[in-house]
Design a protein around this ligand. Structure first.
Ligand code: ADP
Ligand code: MG
Length: 377
């Protein structure tokens, strides 16, 4: 039996949108087009024209990784321990700071854990296990947790397992009533501590680099999806309640348009496919915004692997946060404006997060009994 508990109004069901401005690049001309006006407002300007945008949170280049995690990740991780699904996306053009935000500086991704340079994913793992340990301390054997990690990338609409070194065969998506949409056959590593989970992340990240070089791929053109599933068995009451949740953390492919890649042949094909995946995400968001405005629309989740797999994260059963990463240099005005507009639309989407809870034991028996009695009546 699944109990639908609507997330409280105060927590809000909307996708939360954060904007993070990275430091200006010093190899480009020094003019900047962005100005952070407050912790929720930003303006973008070109010549005398200026536009202002408001989000749930805006941070400038001086924000620490800890601040970003505090604003973005904490609430989502807390929800996951209580049975809510959670998703964190990093969106933006190549070089805008997506990997820096999600993982940390990739050129300096050490074995040290925890590390102040680390981004949202390692920090989420650390916090998740802190919360789990607290629960275990409080309830002893009456509270059990089972956590499993998977890590894969979507490249040219194919899914490759990053926990298998040199994986060349693509995995497929399947759908079932009990699991929803899932990657069939993906490696799921059981982890019992934040350190173990971090090692899984690190292994996958190294494999991504190996695959990138060996297969002549560009990692900026793939979506990297790290997922941790959490199953909590709660025997603190008279019955055993099982809560399950998924925490997805996604470093999306670069959002830059094809014309900016200046490529041809194979690279052009890659750029086109990536555009497809991200443009379907854009179309899904557009359709959901239309629905919010009272229009009837088909939502094209199935048109790309990314949107089909993460269907619940956009307009469904999950607490979702989108981090829009932007470059402040005027040189990137066009891409930055597109990113801010994309993020603006995402803000309008309402999700319906609920606790995923099954009850076992006495309650199930009682309910069967009630059903039988009703039939007799
Ligand atoms: P993306 O993943 O979007 O392509 P990266 O995260 O790789 O971009 O960032 C590009 C470069 O900018 C990296 O050298 C990264 O360390 C640096 N960088 C990005 N964001 C920040 C930030 N907020 N503070 C300091 N350096 C940053
Ligand atoms: Mg990157």
């Amino acid at each position: 039996m699944t109990k639908d508990v609507q997330a409280g109004k105060k927590l809000g069901d909307s996708i939360r949108v954060f904007v993070r401005v990275r430091p200006p690049a010093n190899n480009l001309d020094s003019s900047v087009c962005l100005k952070v006006l407050s912790d929720a407002e930003i303006s973008i300007h070109q010549k005398s024209c200026s536009k202002e945008f408001t989000y749930d949170h805006v941070v400038d280049q001086y924000a620490s990784q800890e601040n970003v995690f505090g604003a973005v990740g904490k609430r989502i991780v807390e929800g996951c321990v209580e049975g809510y699904n959670g998703t964190i996306f990093a969106y933006g053009q190549t070089g805008s700071g997506k990997t820096h935000t999600m993982l940390g500086p990739s050129e300096d991704f050490t074995n040290k854990f925890p590390d102040e340079k680390h981004g949202v994913i390692p920090r989420s793992l650390e916090y998740l296990f802190q919360l789990i340990d607290q629960k275990k301390e409080m309830h002893g054997e009456k509270m059990e947790f089972l956590c499993k990690c998977s890590f894969f990338e979507i490249y040219q609409e194919n899914i490759y397992d990053l926990l298998i070194t040199g994986a060349i065969s693509a995995l497929h998506l399947r759908e079932s009533v009990s699991r929803g949409v899932f990657v069939d056959g993906v490696v799921e590593k059981i982890v019992t501590s934040a350190e173990e989970a971090f090692m899984v992340l690190k292994t996958g990240w190294n494999n991504r680099h190996v695959a990138t070089t060996a297969m002549n791929r560009e990692s900026s053109r793939s979506h990297a999806v790290f997922t941790i599933s959490i199953e909590a068995k709660d025997k603190t009451g008279g019955v055993t309640k099982v809560r399950t949740s998924l925490l997805n953390m996604v470093d999306l492919a670069g959002s830059e348009r094809q014309r900016d890649t200046g490529t041809s042949g194979l690279r052009l094909k890659e750029a086109g496919t990536i555009n497809k995946s991200l443009s379907v995400l854009g179309n899904v968001i557009m359709s959901l915004v239309d629905i919010e405005n009272g229009r009837e629309r088909h939502v094209p989740y199935r048109d790309s692997k990314l949107t089909f797999l993460l269907r619940d994260s956009v307009g469904g059963n999950a607490r979702t946060c989108l981090i829009a990463n932007v470059h402040p240099n005027s040189y990137f005005y066009g891409e930055t404006l597109t990113t801010l507009q994309f993020a603006q639309r995402a803000k309008m989407i309402k999700n319906k997060a609920r606790v995923n809870e099954d009850m076992h034991g006495d309650v199930v028996a009682l309910q069967t009994e009630i059903k039988k009695l009703k039939q007799l009546l």
